[in-house]
Design a protein around this ligand. Structure first.
Ligand code: F6R
Length: 368
């Protein structure tokens, strides 16, 4: 049942290409993006002047990525907020606010209550959900289902990649409705998304390398994760996976913040996982990240670098180099996350823990 794997999570990590294919299927029709359920008018969509993304945990990390895409494509301000914080601070909401609620289960109490609060303020709600007919989509004005299939491992993996994909579809749907992108541009972006299952499949060739690395790092006291731009939410997700599965202290940072404090944590042999921005697409960010790696390496960190194939500049600074395919900037998280999932699972396994059922955690959190 685990498809010959030691644990479900590894099977689900390997199912990610199909999860993306299934999530994309049927959403590009007659040259345009379509949602699954749409109870808003085109005019409602055009009038939206503010987006809030609310979610918890891994879904929240996917939401952080939605901000990069929606602001870039639609020129609408986007705020991303933990669902458990959202309704307690009296957010400014109205008829022209779109609240995007992201939830794999569709039953997470914090996210559901955030949706209900948004609706009392007359905001529109769009749900991104992996469970047909769950409570959150039932209470929403529009729905886009991720089709990752049931996820057995308590830690979210394939649903995370599917959520990122769905977020981008929502971004394109909004751009199309608002006219901030021409239809040929929407078509081009969709094509790039449609090429991602293959890129993720290619990334799976790093699994054995990362499993070996995981065993080597299993005795570490802590692991830090650094990213910039879209690599930052990936760093947060890598740290969350490690905490929940390996019960290890792990933290994700925006690399630019290092010098504002966290660099004090670096000590000899501390593993630091760095998600490198694309060398071609983001040359400035890439060179900034190189200086960050230099700084931490000079302080004795053991650097594990996730970088695009052909990124020669980073080689001298990588104690371990994990190569991922070169893809468009916004899409890099779909490939850079994969080795971090495997790393967390394998460290947990090497420490003797049940990867599929981490202690104290439930798959669906229905209490606030
Ligand atoms: C982490 C994880 C949790 C969930 C969070 C939200 O691996 O699984 O952080 O992402 O509890 O759950 P959903 O998406 O069901 O609302």
């Amino acid at each position: 049942e685990k498809g010959g794997h030691d644990y479900f999570m590894l099977k689900e990590i390997e199912e990610q290409p199909e999860a993306l294919e299934n999530t994309l299927r049927g959403h590009f029709v007659n040259g345009g993006i379509v949602l699954d359920e749409q109870r808003m008018t085109e005019q409602d969509l055009r009038d939206i002047d503010k987006v809030f993304v609310v979610a918890c945990g891994t879904a929240y990390h996917s939401g952080l990525l939605a901000k990069y895409a929606i602001e870039h494509w639609c020129r609408i301000p986007v705020e991303v907020e933990l669902a458990s914080e959202f309704r307690y601070r009296d957010p400014v909401l109205g008829r022209d606010t779109l609240v995007v609620a992201i939830s794999q289960s569709g039953e997470t109490a914090d996210t559901l209550e955030a949706v209900r609060h948004a609706r009392t303020q007359r905001a529109r709600v769009l749900a991104i959900c992996n469970t047909n007919g769950a409570q959150i989509p039932r209470e929403s004005d529009a729905v886009l289902y991720t089709h990752a299939g049931p996820e057995i491992g308590v830690a979210a993996t394939k649903t995370f990649l599917a959520q990122i994909t769905a977020n981008y579809l929502v971004g394109l749907a909004l751009a199309q409705a608002r006219g901030t992108k021409y239809s040929d541009e929407v078509a081009r972006e969709f094509e790039e998304l449609a090429a991602m299952p293959q890129a993720v499949r290619q990334t799976l060739s790093t699994v054995e390398q990362v499993r070996t690395l995981g065993r080597e790092l299993a005795d570490s006291k802590a692991v830090l994760f650094l990213g910039r731009h879209v690599g930052y939410p990936v760093a947060l997700e890598g740290a969350l996976k490690l905490k929940e599965l390996a019960y290890m202290h792990a933290e994700g940072f925006a690399a630019g913040e290092l010098k504002h404090g966290p660099i004090a944590l670096i000590e000899d042999r501390l593993p630091v996982v760095v998600v490198m921005p694309s060398a071609k697409g983001r040359a400035l960010l890439h060179s900034k990240m190189l200086s960050n790696i230099r700084e931490i390496q000079a302080r004795g960190a053991r650097t594990v670098v996730i970088a695009e194939e052909g990124d020669e500049a980073v080689r001298p600074f990588a104690d371990e180099l994990i190569e991922i395919p070169a893809v468009a900037t916004l899409l890099q998280p779909l490939v850079s996350t994969v080795p971090l999932q495997v790393l967390a699972a394998e460290i947990a396994r090497a420490r003797g823990y049940d990867v599929d059922k981490p202690r104290n955690l439930a798959k669906s959190v229905t209490v606030e």
